[in-house]
Design a protein around this ligand. Structure first.
Ligand code: 5GP
Length: 180
């Protein structure tokens, strides 16, 4: 699998350190509040699993699965909900956990959809932010790393469903696109 990795962009150690920092920041900000951490399947799973253990507050978590219409590496902004929340969110502060915010179209749709359900608040924590590609007017409230406009894989992020289990964030070699 790793033969197709061109280079490591963010190491396992850097990821670990940043997740601890994000957890501490969120712990401070949400003291005394009832939080629902909302993981977006499937990419956010490793990040969310690590992050929730660094949030030193009582919390609940749930998942949503979204699909954007369009080719696999490009977002169209038209979003379909494949899996929805299991309960009402009127009494909680929602913290959306995302793997990456790219154009921001998915997140914009999701935030609007959630706000319509009247939660106490909706904020976003993303592991990665590719701000150069932003099309929608959304800014994550917490961001792990700002990255350049490159397609990355690992720590939950895939290419054709593979590479999600890499413990670091890497950039794929051109050959990887050609064999798939
Ligand atoms: P957005 O609507 O912000 O353009 O799309 C965000 C989604 O696109 C992410 O949740 C992720 O699934 C996918 N995505 C965007 N950039 C990358 C990338 O560099 N690598 C991978 N693997 N997925 C990406």
């Amino acid at each position: 699998m790793e033969e197709y990795i061109d280079r490591v962009l963010i190491s396992k150690e850097e990821l670990g350190k940043r997740v601890v920092e994000l957890g501490a920041e969120i712990t401070r900000d949400y003291e005394g509040k009832k939080i629902l951490v909302l993981g977006i399947l499937k990419g956010a799973v490793p990040f969310m699993a690590d992050l929730i253990r660094e949030i030193k507050l009582p919390l609940a978590y749930d998942f949503m699965a979204l699909s954007s219409y369009g080719v696999s590496t490009q977002s169209s902004g038209v979003v379909r909900i494949l899996k929805d929340l299991e309960r009402s969110v009127e009494d909680v502060h929602i913290l959306i956990a995302e793997d990456i915010v790219d154009t921001g179209l998915t997140l914009k749709y999701l935030k609007e959809n959630l706000r319509a359900r009247n939660p106490l608040s909706v904020k976003v924590v993303t592991l990665l932010d590719k701000a150069a590609r932003r099309k929608a007017d959304v800014t994550p409230d917490y961001n792990g790393f700002s990255i350049p406009d490159e397609f990355v894989v690992g720590y939950g992020l895939d290419f054709n469903e593979e590479y999600r289990n890499l413990p670091y964030i890497g950039v794929l070699k051109q050959e990887a696109y050609e064999i798939n």
